[in-house]
Design a protein around this ligand. Structure first.
Ligand code: PLP
Length: 440
């Protein structure tokens, strides 16, 4: 990490990128200081940059590559489809097969539609909720990331200077110029705090189209929602006539039918994305037929007309179906066990080095915090300047040791990993902790 900007091929390419892309990138998540790393090629769980440096990939394109890179079965299936055409104005059989597969994974997915990204899936779910209920407002968890739709992104990254009182969290815009009406239509509730959440929801009885919720929101600390909290929110929505929209864009990987199957819970709608596209852009919304039918173009009155040029394109559908079929019950449990091994190993490394840190996560995910105890909500997960400095140092150390992580120090396992990759991560982490202990 210590090289000067102009000394490396990565740095030189970034100089060119800075001329034409704002900040030199098309997505902020790839930005690293002093420059991003440019991928050249990847296979399995290893990715090689344009300078020939190979690293184990625990980021997996932001938790979307469940089988790592260039899985042979996906490459073969997509190669065949590429020769037959990439996108049509006609429907395809593979779209139907992909939908049939998804509905077979979860009894609550009575109907579904495909879109091109998680952002689009959440946007579709919110619009479907409004169309179904005839209400405009939504509620969401403070700090939760749900993509870039105006309403869904409210209070995605507030800070102590603007997040307001804990009993009345402010609706904080992400983009400058967000219409005030959008902010007014979003009710922000705290995670895993039943009493406060219900008190806030009660102020908006009869006004909410839905409560939007992630059962293990990454940016809120990657902690599982507590069952009594989930139950209380579900009961509130049912009593009020609002819908419950679960964002399983990341967490669907946690169990064969999604993390929701860990709870006694059937949401009205579920949003999906990431791994279900087999490495290609994807999103989907699934749920109760009665709600999904607001999109039915055959209805006399179409409440929510819905389209997209590349939605359900046969490349994504082919890759997605192949990836999902390979990610069977056994594969899910195998990578969950790998993540559990990593979490335990990192906890042991924290104990043995005596540094202030902890691990959260569930299923096939983990996140390391440089905090004494696992944060239970966004305000606790928020990193102060010193914690940011320590975490950036730890991520830099891991890169130097040949490991890439998601920039919050989060790791997403893939099926092409084994115990040796987990043990490599744990020992690199231990050396990183020792450095923090020595240098502060
Ligand atoms: C929980 C969740 N929802 C929605 C999104 C948005 O998905 P996309 O980046 O495909 O638009 C993400 C992306 O990271 C996510 O993690």
């Amino acid at each position: 990490m210590g090289e000067s900007r102009s000394s490396s091929a990565n740095a030189r390419l970034y100089e060119r990128a800075l001329e034409i892309l704002p900040g030199g990138v098309s997505r902020n998540t790839v930005l690293r200081k002093p420059h991003p790393l440019y991928a050249d090629h990847a296979a399995g769980c290893r990715i090689t940059d344009i300078e020939g440096v190979e690293r184990i990939d625990f980021s997996n394109n932001m938790a979307s590559l469940i089988h790592g890179h260039a899985h042979p079965a996906i490459v073969e299936a997509v190669t065949e489809q590429l020769k037959r055409g990439t996108a049509f104005s006609e429907a395809t059989e593979i779209e139907v097969r992909c939908a049939e597969h998804l509905v077979s994974r979860n009894a609550g997915f009575e109907k579904l539609r495909f879109v091109n990204s998680g952002t689009e899936a959440v946007m579709g779910a919110l619009k479907a909720s409004r169309a179904f209920t005839g209400r405009a407002k939504i509620a969401k968890i403070e700090g939760a990331y749900h993509g870039q739709y105006d309403y869904a992104e409210v209070s995605q990254n507030p800070n102590p200077g603007n997040w307001g009182d804990v009993d009345a969290p402010r609706s904080v815009p992400v983009a400058w110029g967000t219409p005030p009406a959008a902010l007014a239509d979003v009710v922000v509730i705290p995670f895993n705090d039943t009493e406060r959440a219900l008190a806030l929801l009660d102020r908006h009885r009869g006004e909410l189209a839905c409560v939007l919720m992630d059962l293990m929101p990454h940016r809120v600390g990657l902690n599982l929602a507590e069952p009594p909290f989930v139950k209380a929110i579900r009961e509130w929505t049912e009593a009020d006539g609002a819908l419950l929209v679960l964002d399983e864009i990341i967490t669907f990987r946690s169990e064969y039918g999604g993390a929701q199957t860990w709870y006694d819970l059937t949401p009205d709608l579920t949003t999906l994305g990431k791994f279900i596209g087999g490495g290609f852009p994807v999103g989907a919304l699934a749920g109760r037929a009665e709600v999904m039918n607001v999109m039915d173009p055959l209805a006399e009155f179409v409440q929510f007309p819905h389209s997209g040029t590349f939605s359900a394109n046969p490349i994504t559908m082919t890759a997605g179906l192949t990836a999902m079929e390979l990610f069977d019950e056994e594969a899910v449990q195998r990578i969950n066990a790998l993540a559990a091994r990593a979490r335990e190993g990192i906890e042991e490394a924290i104990r043995s080095t005596g540094i202030t840190a902890c691990v959260t996560g569930g299923g096939s995910l983990l996140r390391v915090h440089v905090k004494a105890s696992p944060p239970t909500n966004y305000r606790e997960a928020f990193l102060n300047a010193e914690e940011t400095r320590q975490l950036t140092g730890l991520l830099g150390h891991l890169l130097d040791e040949g490991i890439t992580m998601i920039n919050t120090c989060t790791a997403a396992m893939s099926t092409v990993m084994g115990e040796s990759e987990i043990d490599t991560l744990v020992s690199a982490m231990e050396r990183g902790f020792a450095k923090i202990r020595e240098t502060g």
